[in-house]
Design a protein around this ligand. Sequence first.
Ligand SMILES: Nc1nc2c(ncn2[C@@H]2O[C@H](COP(=O)(O)OP(=O)(O)OP(=O)(O)O)[C@@H](O)[C@H]2O)c(=O)[nH]1
Ligand SMILES: [Mg+2]
Length: 326
Amino acid sequence: MPANLPPQYFDAEKNFREAKDPLEKIAALEEMLAIMPKHKGTDHLRAELRGRIAKLTQQAAKKSGVRRASLVIEKEGAAQLAVIGLPNAGKSRLIAAITNASPPVADYPFTTHQALPGMMEFENIKIQLIDTPPLAPQAIEFWMPPLLRRADALLVIVDLSADPLEQMEAINEQLKKMRVLIGDSRDEPDPEFTTWPKKALVIGNKVDIDKDGRNYAKLKKQYEGRFPLIAVSAAKGSGLEELKARIYEVLDIIRVYTKAPGQKPDPTDHIILKRCSTLADAAAEVHKDFRAKMKYARIWGSGKHDGVMAKRDHVLQDGDIIELHL
Ligand SMILES: Nc1nc2c(ncn2[C@@H]2O[C@H](COP(=O)(O)OP(=O)(O)OP(=O)(O)O)[C@@H](O)[C@H]2O)c(=O)[nH]1
Ligand SMILES: [Mg+2]
């Protein structure tokens, strides 16, 4: 099967050939990989590119002394989110407050130099949050763009003790340089370049020292409706339970439980699906052959259905219990 590569691929390939150091080479290869259509005809080429990226990444890690852990953080749990923001916004303190990780926190900027993952518990699932260095040009390392591009969503931390609008602009500017698009800019990707549209939750932190809630009001006035927004205090612990629920919401995922006929579902054993997934999608997740084999399912959940029979294109809700019949 021919690979049918789009013209942008050859531009990226040219960048790769002209790249002077391993980091530029990695960036170009990542781009080639992102542009390449995914089908059988490109399987081999994609594997080859991944191999080259892995090798160059290892070389770059050795050279720069960056721990390999920062370069590729394996996804764990239901989803992976990167926590980003300007220096001193409270990213690390927030991670320490809602996950099992203990990143260094300090009252001066540029404390964090490495990416560090932590697991957040929400109801019966775990979600991975990654602490990152500040989004300031001097602190952005070569592994930041791929890390943000790989994440399922971004948590943007804004410091409510300072002007929130200036911070949002500075953050957006840095993200655009990495071709990571959030909010409105997701709707206008540049056809000339590959871009990575990401869902983002904007978190106003340090609400405890936001005088009369003035800065949060400013943030809301400008961005309400464009981003989901929430105000919290990582230091005082306020708003953190609601924050966990909002993080879950922004991921657009649902949990579905399976059961065998005549038995109860196991509440700890669920499948995670994208919102608007159907019974057929759930069946495929249980076993790759089940999408084709499933004839119907019985479904319980959300109080609406009570063991009723449903067809394969039935759209599932968070918390539904399904019994697949092959
Ligand atoms: N009053 C108050 N201070 C906070 C809050 N969250 C963080 N801080 C303080 O803000 C300072 C910076 O916190 P960090 O978590 O290190 O900030 P960061 O965003 O990780 O900073 P960098 O790693 O340098 O980018 C520390 O002194 C924190 O204790 C909060 O909710 N309220
Ligand atoms: Mg930090």
